[in-house]
Design a protein around this ligand. Structure first.
Ligand SMILES: *Cc1c(COP(=O)(O)O)cnc(C)c1O
Length: 478
């Protein structure tokens, strides 16, 4: 029995919850057990610190605080002001940004705030000016239709989905694809890398209002200085969505041309991926866009989540400590060790390797779809997700890729030796899995065959790999 503060805090919290609805307390306990047991290679996930988690579980959740620090639509927000101002200050200092808006509830929300800010700043529209009123309901019918027409004409150029771009960068399954007339840039088919000459060509031809950089499945650095030059040449606002790699920027692994903050007009991010904070989003910008960004709530966002802003302040304070830079470097070292381990065993990687936190395996070389590989790995205790590869012949549902990332395992303390062992386990599962038969007698894109004894053996090895690196070692639930 451990009696440290963290164990006491979480144990007491569960006891209080259990008295009301024991099934919730049980599910929370089971989630910790599951996370402790799984070899988590999901590139977008991490483990926030106990201090960050605990900052979210309190009465800040009860407070309405629409507006911004010092300018609220509700009374009695002085303590919310304290934590929001602290989170913003830590964010500005950490990233060297002039302005930080820490209210977005998620990465998608941060992007919506940014899109609105850019449109409001750039589009010369009488209807849009009127839309700055507190309630869009105050617009006349004619103004509302004018607004929708004017907004629908604006253009966005972003990275294509199969090259690693994100749905919120103007793609149809997301509202951004309805807000913007979108075109995308891909990667060089031979190298898999961003071809800046082709981005510039597309920008000159398409003349976008917004040029977006950022990705969720591109395993390389992007040169933001060059992207800004392209944006400037065509008069576009340059936005970077660093949702995935914010931790590498915070930890000063991405500096100079690869740090988006000095080059972009506006930067958005999540706070829960490599940055290792609470589930949420954030916008960084210069003074020009700050007023528009601060209109995020209520223009785009629901009421702020003060308990999450408190947790953002805690996590950002952690990210400003020197050991976070060490953590960020280990994320990249681990990704490279994982890539090397896979390559040396004969795997095909998109772009041939990585220089960030993620690796994209093209599993077609194993005769599998991404869906089959994802399931077979999951059966073997290895949690990954399927992902399209450039020009994916299997589309976005079945895909031909497996995306793996190192932020979570690096938080647990795994290093290069364990990454090589992980590569061995992944390679074993993928070589021992074969495609099943579809209803037409041909190869299925979903069914697969994997000897359960292999899955069990790999699962045991995966669990053994984790044993020396307990998750939340300071927390014992009893
Ligand atoms: C994860 C991600 C988002 C969305 O973040 P949510 O918090 O899930 O809304 C947006 N953009 C990029 C590039 C991402 O990787």
């Amino acid at each position: 029995m451990s009696h440290n503060a963290e164990s006491t805090a979480f144990r007491s919290a569960l006891e209080v919850i259990r008295a009301v609805e024991p099934r919730v307390a049980d599910a929370i306990g089971a989630e910790l057990a599951d996370q402790r047991e799984s070899l988590k290679l999901i590139a977008s996930e991490n483990y926030a610190s106990p201090a960050t988690l605990l900052a979210m579980g309190n009465w800040f959740s009860d407070k309405y605080a629409e507006g911004t620090v010092g300018r609220r639509f509700y009374a009695g927000c002085q303590n919310v002001d304290t934590v929001e101002a602290l989170a913003a200050e830590h964010a500005r200092e950490l990233f060297g940004a002039a302005h930080a808006y820490v209210q977005p509830h998620s990465g998608i929300d941060a992007n919506l705030v940014a899109f609105w800010a850019i449109l409001a700043d750039r589009v010369e529209s009488p209807a849009l000016r009127k839309a700055q009123v507190r309630h869009v309901n105050d617009l006349t019918e004619a103004d509302w239709f004018a607004l929708r027409r004017e907004l629908g004409d604006q253009r966005m150029l972003g990275m294509s989905l199969d090259a690693g771009g994100h749905l919120t960068h103007g793609f149809r399954p997301n509202i951004s694809g309805k807000m913007f007339d979108q075109r995308s840039y891909g990667t060089d088919p031979a190298t898999g890398l961003v071809d800046y000459d082709r981005v510039a060509e597309a920008a000159r031809e398409f003349r976008p209002l917004v040029l977006v950089a950022g990705y969720s499945a591109y395993p390389r650095k992007v040169n933001f200085r060059i992207m800004r030059e392209i944006a400037d040449e065509v008069g576009a606002t340059f936005m970077v969505d660093m949702a995935h790699f914010a931790g590498l920027v915070a930890g000063k692994v991405f500096t100079g041309d690869f740090d988006p903050v000095p080059h972009a007009h506006i930067v958005t991010t999540t706070t829960h991926k490599s940055l290792r904070g609470p589930r949420g989003g954030m916008v960084l910008c210069g003074p020009e866009l700050a007023d528009q960004v601060d209109r995020g709530c209520p223009m785009v966002l629901g009421g702020p989540l003060p308990h999450v802003m408190a947790a953002k302040a805690v996590a950002l304070a952690e990210a400003r400590r020197p050991d976070f830079a060490d953590y960020a470097q280990r994320i990249v070292d681990n990704a490279q060790a994982l890539a090397d381990g896979l390559l040396s065993r004969g795997a095909t990687l998109v772009t041939g390797g990585t220089d960030n936190h993620l690796v994209l395996i093209d599993v077609s070389g194993y005769g599998l779809t991404g869906r089959q590989a994802e399931q077979a790995l999951l059966d073997s205790g290895i949690v990954t997700n399927r992902n399209a590869v450039p020009q994916d012949p299997n589309g976005a549902w079945y895909t031909s890729g497996i995306r793996i990332g190192t932020p979570a395992l690096t938080t647990r303390g795994l290093g290069a030796a364990e990454m090589d062992a992980t590569a061995e386990l992944i390679h074993t599962v993928l070589t021992r899995t074969t495609a099943g038969t579809g209803p037409d007698g041909g190869p299925s894109k979903a069914k697969y065959v994997l000897d359960p004894a292999v899955a069990e053996q790999v699962g045991k090895q995966a669990a053994d790999l984790l044993t020396p690196f307990p998750l939340y070692p300071e927390v014992t639930l009893g």
